[in-house]
Design a protein around this ligand. Structure first.
Ligand SMILES: [Zn+2]
Length: 216
């Protein structure tokens, strides 16, 4: 079996003294996991997290650990070297993708959003990151709807968000439940609560890089 696509290298873990296990978020095949031979010792063209490029993944049997051929085209993390916040947000995003997306399921819209996020992180934008998490939550089954009240259908004074339905609630309808609803505007503390629900559902811990994300 052989797969080929554009992709983003989102995780590298040393496997032995020479090789690494890589996780690549590909446009056409979703998350791919496999061996990157020589990744630890490469002097030239060393694979690095944050690279975007062309990936070929092959495995003799479907159940086997695949082997990658990775052709990096750009390193989107390179522009973030002196940008602590940008790096922090990139690592949080990669941690979430690595933890929560299943293998070999296509998420092409999220792939493009992730590319866009990496390009915008040079400017340190928490709002871009927040939008990216909203897209991620959408693809994981929590489509936030902030357009109208889930109680009365109104579009005015939408001051709250229901953790249960992920939909907005107007000030009046929220009145009896003020201790149970989240206060809008949306922020990374609120999306974190939804991400925690996804983690509980999937039985995985919150990725550490997201957990420690400091929100200015
Ligand atoms: Zn209402």
């Amino acid at each position: 079996m052989k797969l080929e696509s554009d992709g983003i290298l989102i995780e590298l873990k040393p496997f032995n003294e020479r090789d690494a296990i890589a996780r690549i978020f590909s446009r056409d095949c979703g998350i791919l996991i496999g061996l990157l031979r020589g990744a630890v010792v490469a002097k030239k063209n060393r694979p690095m997290v944050g690279q975007v490029g062309n990936v070929v993944w092959g495995a003799r049997l479907d159940s086997q650990l695949g082997v990658f051929h990775w052709e990096s085209e750009r390193n989107l993390a390179a522009g973030l070297i002196s940008n602590q916040t940008g790096l922090m947000l990139m690592n949080a995003a990669f941690g979430l993708l690595a933890t929560l997306l299943p293998e070999r399921e296509v998420y092409d819209a999220l792939y493009l959003k992730t590319l866009g996020l990496l390009q915008s992180l040079q400017q340190n934008l928490f709002s871009e990151y927040l939008n990216w998490e909203v897209s991620l939550l959408h693809d994981l089954g929590y489509a936030l709807d902030l357009s109208r009240c889930s109680g009365c259908g109104g579009t005015q004074n939408l001051g709250y968000l229901s953790p249960r339905t992920a939909r907005a609630v107007c000030d009046k309808c929220a009145m009896p439940y003020l201790d149970k609803v989240y206060k809008l505007p949306l922020n990374l503390n609120i999306t974190k609560r939804f991400l925690e629900s996804v983690c509980v559902q999937q039985g995985v811990p919150m990725p550490i890089m997201r957990d420690i994300l400091k929100i200015n």
